[in-house]
Design a binder for this molecule. Structure first.
Ligand SMILES: Nc1ncnc2c1ncn2[C@@H]1O[C@H](COP(=O)(O)OP(=O)(O)OP(=O)(O)O)[C@@H](O)[C@H]1O
Length: 259
């Protein structure tokens, strides 16, 4: 059974079609990277998989269930691009990670020992357990990004969807990030991630899907790194380095429940 199945999907915003006739299948345990230039539609593709952008045409299934009927969002962990510095919520690292347990336990049940253990385990996996009581605002961008993956891991998902997890992130955090993802994949987890450059994530990738102008232009082994972009110390700066103003991204489960 496939974890994600996209068939002939067309997606757009305000009547302008961005993705044209996209078909993509991700099998259980696969690690798939979605690559492509700025504006090619990578984020739109994963946002439509998560149900955050409505489909114009086509079908999407998650774990064999039509997305419109799918309710088991606790099985899906989403790591957005940035935590957002300006959220105005003075949360600690532990609190942010604990919010990843909400879909598992429901909002009105107090957190229990299993929740606390999952939070500690996830923070240990990303190398931030010693920062559990620190305000997230005191963390570097890379550490904040690691907090987001811990938040997703704490929910014990079967599928992790990550949007440019390592863009603008320091090398140490990228390595810690890759190690945490490697453990998740090693335990049978499925990963779909958007990336500009794979860097230390490269050895984890089973398949690369290159999106070009809203269509899948290539699928197969990840392309070889080329030119200075491939250097480990290449400092890639692009629009994603600017934190979004929206603050902590709401988990897809929360959004869908609100509809
Ligand atoms: N909420 C939105 N409303 C209207 N247009 C949007 C919206 N989000 C994205 N777009 C447009 O859709 C196109 C694809 O954007 P998308 O973010 O999916 O590309 P991307 O490949 O992820 O690019 P990047 O690498 O810059 O994130 C762009 O032309 C963008 O301007």
């Amino acid at each position: 059974m496939s974890v994600v199945s996209v068939r002939h999907a067309a997606v757009g915003y305000e009547g302008r079609e961005i993705l044209h006739d996209i078909s993509l299948t991700v099998a259980a345990g696969e690690v798939v990277a979605i690559l492509g230039a700025n504006g090619s539609g990578k984020s739109t593709l994963i946002r439509s998989i998560l149900g955050l952008v409505p489909l114009g045409h086509g079908e999407i299934e998650l774990f064999g269930t039509a997305q419109r009927k799918f309710r088991d969002w606790a099985r899906v962990g989403y790591v957005p691009q940035r935590l957002g510095a300006g959220s105005g919520v003075p949360a600690t690292v532990g609190e942010v990670v604990a919010s990843g347990r909400l879909a598992r336990r429901g909002i009105f049940r107090p957190s229990g020992a299993a929740d606390r253990a999952a939070v500690r385990e996830a923070l240990t996996a990303v190398g931030l357990i010693d920062r559990i009581n620190d305000p997230v605002t005191t963390l570097s961008g890379g550490q904040q990004q690691r907090t987001l993956i811990a938040r997703a891991l704490a929910g014990k998902p079967d599928l992790l969807v990550l949007d440019e997890p390592t863009a603008g992130v320091d090398a140490a955090s990228q390595e810690a990030f890759a190690a945490a993802l490697g453990r998740f994949a090693g335990a049978g987890g499925t990963i779909v991630l958007v990336a500009h450059e794979l860097g230390p994530l490269r050895p984890l990738i089973d398949r690369a899907v290159v999106v070009h102008e809203g269509r899948i232009a290539h699928e197969g082994a990840p392309p070889e790194p080329a030119g200075h972009h491939a250097e480990p110390d290449h400092d890639h700066v692009h629009p994603h380095a600017v934190p979004p103003a929206a603050g902590i991204c709401v988990a897809p489960a929360d959004r869908i429940a609100a509809n």
